[in-house]
Design a protein around this ligand. Structure first.
Ligand code: GLA
Length: 387
């Protein structure tokens, strides 16, 4: 959506010009999946698919929202906001307001129109973008002086309390902290982070969309989180230093194997191994090891997500298998919460075209399905758009 289309749509709906225009990007994650809510490590990046917002304080006590992509509106008094059942789109914006109010902010009525090009249900965190844009915009318009990490927590709380998904911090962090041309490692326990340049001269991060829409909130995500918590509870009886899976080792898991039971043991093993893969991957990037060495960690991550954490599906597994024979592909894995969405593929820049042809043909031959693909560009985090 161009800035002028956004501005005129806003003007048409609300009868006045916006005070602020901004963009909030979606994200990819190179490695470190389902580690964030276990105090672990992640390595995401913001991408150039984004949601754009126009905002204005409207001088009333009412919030008026317009979702331009699906031509829908929602209006409510600030004092009356509450989660809307059945996964209503306005929960993301209202959840942010609720979270700001809980932090003691005074939020007056405002108008907000938004639209973008992040496909929903594709594992690219359109929901985090929807939250982070509003959090950042209100922080600026109301001069709330929250720092960027606090905004990530505001947005995460919106996801917990209004979208009812007990997510970690990765998506909101990536949307706010992304930097063009970089991936960023976040330690979800200390909240320390470090940027790593990602050189597109050699390789590109390519997304293959399985076309299966995940419904994270539906249950499995929250179940995984509970299974991890159960594992921690059991292991800390023997080793009180284990406060989260970040503190556990494979030896701890082995020692409590019987009590953990098969399922929880697998979940814990995956998380411990995935944290190690994040460390290995950043080390390999820093040492300029070969892309094949980086890519093998992606394949290992996928195997863990599919076999141990059990959040993949037949379509994602097919895409990862197809990538093994694809020209120029160094590694691939499912990305995000799972049960659908995209695979992330590390592909030699000079072979992207052949890679895409191979994948599209293969997906059609194997499953009779059409494959949408995106060659990502790593972008800056949330920021103002100039009109
Ligand atoms: C979703 C959540 C994130 C993270 C990923 C899995 O995207 O919102 O917090 O847990 O799944 O890595």
């Amino acid at each position: 959506m161009t800035v002028s289309a956004l501005t005129s749509a806003f003007q048409q709906r609300f009868g006045a010009a916006p005070d602020l225009l901004l963009r909030a990007p979606g994200r990819i994650n190179l490695i470190g999946e389902h580690t964030d809510y276990n105090d672990g490590l992640v390595l995401p990046a913001a991408i150039d698919q984004e949601i754009r917002f126009a905002l204005r304080l409207n001088g009333t006590d009412r919030i008026r929202l317009a979702a331009l992509d699906f031509d829908a509106e929602y209006e409510v008094a600030v004092a009356d906001i509450a989660p809307i059942p059945n996964g209503h789109w306005a929960n993301y914006q209202l959840g942010v307001v609720a979270s700001l109010l809980q932090r003691g902010a005074t939020v007056p009525g405002f108008d907000c129109a938004f639209g973008g090009d992040i496909p929903s249900g594709a594992g690219l965190s359109s929901s985090a973008a929807a939250e982070c844009g509003v959090a950042w915009g209100l922080n600026k318009l109301l001069d709330l002086k929250l720092d960027t990490m606090a905004l990530a927590h505001v947005a995460q709380q919106a996801e917990h309390e209004y979208a009812k998904v007990m997510c970690g911090l990765m998506d909101q962090f990536a949307s706010l902290f992304g930097r063009a041309g970089h991936v960023v490692e976040l330690d979800c326990r200390s909240l320390e982070y470090a940027y790593f340049p990602f050189d597109t001269a050699d390789c590109r991060l390519v997304l293959c969309n399985s076309g299966v829409k995940h419904a994270l909130g539906d249950s499995e995500y929250n179940t995984r989180r509970e299974e991890c918590a159960r594992g921690v509870k059991i292991m800390q009886k023997r080793n009180s230093a284990i406060k989260s899976l970040r503190d556990a080792t494979l030896a701890d898991i082995e020692a409590d194997k019987d009590e953990l039971g098969e399922v929880v043991e697998k979940r814990c093993r995956y998380v411990v191994e995935e944290n190690q893969r994040v460390r290995d991957l950043t080390a390999r990037l820093a040492e300029h090891q070969s892309l094949a060495k980086v890519g093998e960690l992606l394949y290992a991550s996928h195997a863990g997500l599919s076999d141990l954490y059990q959040v993949s599906c037949a379509e994602l597994d097919t895409l990862v298998e197809l990538s093994r024979q694809a020209p120029g592909c160094y590694g691939a894995r499912m990305m995000g919460g799972g049960f659908g969405g995209c695979t992330l593929n590390l592909v030699a820049t000079n072979q992207v075209k052949e890679f895409l042809t191979h994948m599209k043909q293969g997906y059609h031959n194997e499953l009779g399905l059409k494959l949408d693909t995106y060659v990502t560009t790593l972008a800056d985090g949330v920021g103002e758009l100039l009109s």
